[in-house]
Design a binder for this molecule. Structure first.
Ligand code: SIN
Length: 542
């Protein structure tokens, strides 16, 4: 590939993605003096754009963070709740420091201008969500926490860009991680039909999740597993990919596809009740915490009720939520936009694809198995979420890991790199038709799986058409197809039910929990030994 001078950029850190983890890392690094380039797949940031590009923007409930002054809460209790939700696969050695850094990370965001809801006494207001023992979730604008976080970070980025060496390249898709002598040396990316490259010793993947593996999801349209594919092609390892969290309450609209409105778990934290069409509780007798049990438990209880009744949805009874429309303006707007009336007191809901608990395997500082390649946020698997993420731990993880990634980038600054020319022309990749893939995944690899269904999807994936990657949609389809291959392989290998992975043909939970890791070797998905890989990262990567 012949690049003109204009097509080449140089940086100390390239951040791929512009949500909470990416922008926290980018701004922190720029303020520490690093040259930073952010590659953003979406259009230039505007707070009032009707469709936003990051999942961060759509987060509602809040940020789970311990109040260091609270007599009834502690990092140990937050860790215990996280471990209980994680169904045996949360790694306490990485989770504890991440949770412990929460208060500092949230204070940092407040220092950058974020305004959280406060009590009459001026303290941060805290709500409760599924799996939490106490009210520890801070929120903004009622249920518009993600929008407040995104707005704060995007404004900070654009303010920083006037005085610091930080540039956000919008409408750009990363197409390959460049490496030389076993180290990362940059990113090949495309803006429109222009092929470009940014040379850098450190690249942070902060591309978010993979919700568009499914026909309906709470994720924005760019959640197409891009970072998973980039990492695998670069030689990194992914883990816990079978654990795709279905949020119990996504707004149900008959036949709707694509991004759907989330109905925050905080609605149940404030008194909402899950009922069927006849008004009977969904979770009575299922779990001691009832509607506030961990997400996998509640989602499975809904799925079981739907299977038994044949109904298309259950309902969130919001009559017990004080001042609903003021407390939950985002949910109210979403319900009205779907042509429904929140004052009816019942919102139709179904479980919906929401969050990838696994991802690119990293250590507690965001380092992957490839020197210089970092991952943070939903794309990464730090060990915090295990087999089922605890509600509102994701914004927290993004904030904390973004800061940690910036520190790693600062330590790597100035490393000599060999600048390589990307070979991105004529790249071929297997791609399934997106709608067909989403339908197959929704039918056989959603909340409930079995060997026969998984084998059917694996066979379809094996016959995916190999085509040149020419457009953004091609790159996304190739990433979704590759991610689906790993999810299916991981779900097939896990012959037990655990967290958000339910095998109807293997309902038992094995006494010993294992993380499973996968890499891409000669184009094939191959099993790696997870804990050995983590040890290797820590031993090998400076
Ligand atoms: C919610 O508000 O229920 C979503 C929060 C999360 O996904 O952690």
């Amino acid at each position: 590939m012949q690049l003109t001078e204009r097509d080449e950029m140089r940086a100390d850190l390239v951040v791929v993605g512009a949500g909470v983890a990416g922008l926290t890392a980018a701004v922190t690094a720029a303020e520490a003096g690093l040259r930073v380039v952010v590659l953003h797949k979406g259009a230039a940031w505007q707070a009032d754009r009707p469709e936003q590009s990051t999942a961060t923007f759509y987060a509602q409930g809040g940020i789970a963070v311990v109040d260091p002054a609270a007599p009834d809460d502690s990092v140990d209790l937050h860790l215990a709740d996280t471990i209980a939700a994680g169904a045996g696969l949360t790694d306490p050695t990485t989770s504890r420091p991440i949770l412990a850094d929460g208060p500092t990370a949230v204070s940092g965001l407040i220092g950058w201008g974020a305004e959280f809801d406060r009590t009459a006494a001026g303290d941060l207001a805290r709500t409760r969500e599924g799996g939490h023992s106490v009210r520890r979730i801070v929120h903004a604008g009622g249920d518009a926490t993600g929008a407040a976080v995104q707005t704060t970070l995007s404004r900070r980025l654009h303010a920083a860009a006037t005085t610091l060496p930080i540039e956000c390249v919008d409408d750009s898709i990363a197409v390959g991680i460049l490496r030389a002598a076993g180290q990362v040396s940059g990113v090949a990316f495309r803006t429109g039909d222009r092929d470009r490259v940014v040379h850098a010793p450190t690249v942070l993947l902060a591309t978010g999740g993979s919700g568009h593996l499914y026909a309906a999801t709470t994720n924005p349209s760019g959640a197409t597993a891009d970072g998973i594919a980039l990492a695998l092609h670069a030689g990194a390892v992914v883990a816990d990919m079978e654990f795709i969290q279905f949020h119990p309450t996504m707004l149900h609209v008959d036949g709707a596809r694509g991004r759907r409105t989330l109905i925050s778990e905080a609605v149940r934290g404030e008194g909402g009740r899950l009922v069927d069409a006849a008004g009977r509780s969904i979770t009575d007798g299922v779990h001691p915490r009832g509607d506030l049990a961990p997400r996998d438990v509640v989602a499975n209880a809904i799925e079981a009720r739907l299977a038994a009744s044949g109904d298309p949805c259950v309902y969130l009874d919001i009559r017990g939520v004080p001042d609903f429309e003021r407390r939950f303006p985002t949910v109210t707007a979403g319900v009205i936009a779907a042509g429904l009336d929140p004052s009816s007191g019942r919102i139709p809901v179904v479980p919906g694809a929401h969050y990838l608990c696994g991802g690119v395997l990293t250590d507690v500082d965001g380092r992957t198995a490839v020197p210089g390649l970092l991952a943070a946020g939903e794309v990464a698997r730090t060990g915090l979420h295990g087999a089922n993420r605890l509600a509102s731990n994701s914004l927290l993880e993004g904030l904390v890991m973004g800061r940690r990634a910036a520190a790693v980038a600062a330590a790597r600054r100035g490393r000599p790199i060999a600048e390589v020319d990307p070979d991105v022309h004529g790249v071929l990749a297997p791609m399934m038709d997106r709608r067909g893939l989403q339908d197959r995944m929704t039918r056989s690899v959603a909340l409930r799986r079995d060997a026969e269904g998984l084998a059917g999807v694996a066979a379809d994936l094996a016959h995916a058409t190999v085509r040149p990657v020419r457009t953004v949609a091609d790159a996304e389809d190739a990433a979704l197809t590759l991610a689906a291959r790993v999810v299916v392989a991981a779900a097939d290998a896990r012959a037990e039910s655990r967290g958000c992975h339910t095998r109807t043909d293997h309902p038992q939970t094995d006494p010993i929990a294992h993380t499973r890791s996968f890499g891409l070797i000669d184009g094939e998905i191959s099993v790696c030994a997870g804990s050995d890989v983590i040890a290797d990262i820590q031993a090998l990567v400076p």
